[in-house]
Design a protein around this ligand. Structure first.
Ligand code: FAD
Length: 229
């Protein structure tokens, strides 16, 4: 068993030395308990080519990697932000909470995921706090075109208030549960050009997609990304 773990670590180490790229943490902002923004400099990233939402695979511990969504990127300075929800215990949370300005960051690749966003009269964002970066990235890719509505499920009441105060530019509301969203006007499919973007916990995304389909939203108008189980 120990031998197998040792071999796994050696293979991971070899892969990492072949693929690893480096960045630097410029600053860390804690928006509210559990929500961290890492502003990072990535000298090798070709941000001018980002036409879809991207994922960056960060090394969070020895042999451990986690995907995060670069947002609010600036091609000129090659910097972007990662919005990391750390309101649970895991290697990714521990890593984000430990970082300080000036720390190095190791990653083994950046690539796109999901479909390119569609310019539409109205974009509806539904998710949990781990999806904030995803929604900021969609806003940047669509140049802020189209009205943005939606809701983020934040179970902790104090965090709900803090969330709305922290991200006024996202201009979407918070909800306590899927049930609350299900009965809110946000889901009423009354605009033919509405596009729905779902992201965050896989079970939540699955349920929201099911509710939308039951309400008659065609599949091609639902963009769903499960992030974690
Ligand atoms: C394409 C892609 C993009 C992603 N982008 C982001 C992003 O921008 N920001 C972000 O925060 N995450 C993002 N994630 C999720 C991220 O990769 C990790 O899965 C997540 O941060 C958990 O890692 P961890 O090591 O902290 O916890 P893990 O060790 O993976 O999980 C520990 C426990 O915590 C639970 N858990 C995991 N995440 C959460 C959460 N957010 N809230 C409550 N409980 C949780 C798990 O179910 C598990 O029980 C993305 C994932 C994918 C696939």
């Amino acid at each position: 068993m120990e031998q197998a773990t040792g071999i796994k670590h050696r293979i991971t180490g070899l892969l990492e030395s072949a693929l690893a790229k480096k960045g630097t943490v410029l600053y860390v902002l804690q928006h509210y308990a559990g929500m961290y923004e890492l502003r990072i400099h990535l000298p090798d990233a070709r941000m001018e080519n980002w036409q879809k939402v991207q994922r960056i695979k960060c090394k969070v511990n020895t042999g451990r990697y986690r995907d995060y969504t670069p947002a609010v990127w600036d091609e000129t300075t090659r910097s972007c932000s990662l919005f990391i929800d750390t309101a649970h215990d895991g290697p990714g949370s521990q890593w984000a909470q430990s970082l300080q300005a000036g720390d190095p960051l190791v990653y083994i690749g950046i690539d796109s995921y999901g479909r390119a966003p569609v310019d539409a009269a109205e974009q509806v964002f539904l998710g949990d706090p781990s999806a904030i970066g995803h929604f900021f990235a969609l806003m940047q890719l669509t140049n802020g075109l189209g009205k943005i509505t939606g809701s983020i499920i934040v179970r902790n009441e104090m965090h709900r208030e803090a969330f709305e105060a922290s991200f006024p530019s996202l201009s979407i509301s918070t909800a306590e549960s899927i049930r609350e969203i299900e009965h809110s006007p946000v889901l009423i499919h009354d605009h033919p050009e509405r596009q729905f973007y779902l992201a965050g916990n896989s079970g939540m995304v699955h349920q929201l997609r099911k509710i939308l389909k039951q309400q008659g939203v065609p599949a091609h108008k639902i963009h769903a990304q499960g992030f974690w189980k």
